[in-house]
Write a protein that binds this ligand. Structure first.
Ligand code: HEM
Length: 225
C-alpha cells in the first residue's frame, strides 16, 4: 500500500494493468476476427465464451478492476505531472515528448467513453435495439447471432465511423503506452529504447488495422448477412 503513495509505485500499477489490458485487446481482436470465417466462425466463438458461465463473470470483474485502477492512477499521475510542470515551467519538456505521449489522458478518456458506448451497444443491447433484437433471435443452430448483430451494426455508416474514430484514438494511446510500459517494467536498456518505441508503434498499428478491418469490410459489402 505504501508503494502506491509514490509516483514510481503508481507508474508500476499503470504498467502492469496496461499490460493486461493490452493482452485483453489482442485476445479480443483475435476472437472478433472470427467474423471473417462467417456466421459459423463468430457465433460458435461467442457460444464457447458464454458456455464458460461463472468464469465469464470472474473475468469481467477482473477486467473491471484493471480498467478502474488504470483510469484512477492515470488521472492521478496526470494531475501530479501537471503540478510538477507548473513548478518547472521553463524546462519545456514538451519539446522532447511525442504527440501520443502528451495526449495520453485525452485518448484514454475518449477510449473510456467509447467503451461505455460499446458495452451499451454490443453487450447490453441498449443502443440500436432494432439490431440487437434481430440478432438475439438464434441462428440456424440455436446460437446467439452475434454475426448478424455485427453486420447490421456496421452497415450503418455512423456506427462504423464511431468505431473507426475510437480505433484511431486507441492507435495513439497504444503507440505511446506499449513502449512506456516496457520502460516502466525495466525491460528497456538505454540501447533498446528506440527499438521498443518501434515495436510499440508497430503493435499499435497492427491492432488498429485488425480492428478497423471489421467495420470497413462490412461497409464495403465484403461481409454480408
Ligand atoms: C471493431 C472493434 C470491435 C468489435 C467489432 C468488438 C466486438 C465486440 C462484441 C461483439 C462484444 C460482445 C461479445 C458478447 O457479448 O458475445 C464485445 C464486448 C466487449 N468489448 Fe469489444 N469490440 C471491438 C473493440 C473493442 C475495444 C477496442 C475494446 C477495449 C478497449 C473492447 C472491449 C470490450 C469489452 C470490455 C467487452 C465486454 C466483454 C464481456 O462482456 O465480457 N472492444 N466486443
Amino acid at each position: 500500500m505504501q508503494m502506491l503513495q509514490n509516483s514510481v509505485g503508481r507508474k508500476l500499477v499503470m504498467a502492469v494493468t496496461g499490460l493486461f489490458l493490452f493482452l485483453f485487446v489482442v485476445v479480443h481482436l483475435l476472437g472478433n476476427s472470427s467474423v471473417f470465417m462467417g456466421a459459423d466462425g463468430i457465433n460458435s466463438y461467442a457460444e464457447h465464451l458464454h458456455a464458460l458461465g461463472p468464469v465469464v463473470w470472474i473475468f469481467r470483474l477482473v477486467l473491471l478492476g484493471l480498467f478502474a485502477l488504470h483510469i484512477f492512477f492515470g488521472i492521478q499521475l496526470t494531475l501530479e505531472n501537471r503540478a510538477a510542470r507548473e513548478i518547472e515551467y521553463n524546462e519545456k519538456k514538451n519539446l522532447r515528448t511525442s504527440f501520443g505521449a502528451r495526449t495520453m489522458i485525452y485518448t484514454g478518456l475518449i477510449i473510456l467513453a467509447f467503451l461505455l458506448y460499446h458495452l451499451l451497444h454490443f453487450t447490453m443491447h441498449v443502443t440500436n435495439p432494432e439490431i440487437s433484437v434481430g440478432a438475439l433471435a438464434p441462428d440456424a443452430l440455436g446460437r446467439a447471432d452475434v454475426f448478424t448483430m455485427m453486420v447490421l451494426s456496421f452497415q450503418k455508416f455512423f456506427i462504423s465511423l464511431v468505431y473507426v474514430g475510437a480505433m484511431v484514438t486507441l492507435l495513439l494511446h497504444l503507440s505511446h503506452g506499449v513502449q512506456s510500459l516496457f520502460q516502466t517494467l525495466g525491460w528497456l536498456g538505454a540501447n533498446s529504447l528506440p527499438v521498443m518505441e518501434k515495436v510499440g508503434r508497430a503493435a499499435a498499428v497492427v491492432i488498429f488495422a485488425g480492428f478497423i478491418s471489421i467495420p470497413v469490410s462490412i461497409l464495403l459489402g465484403l461481409i454480408n448477412v
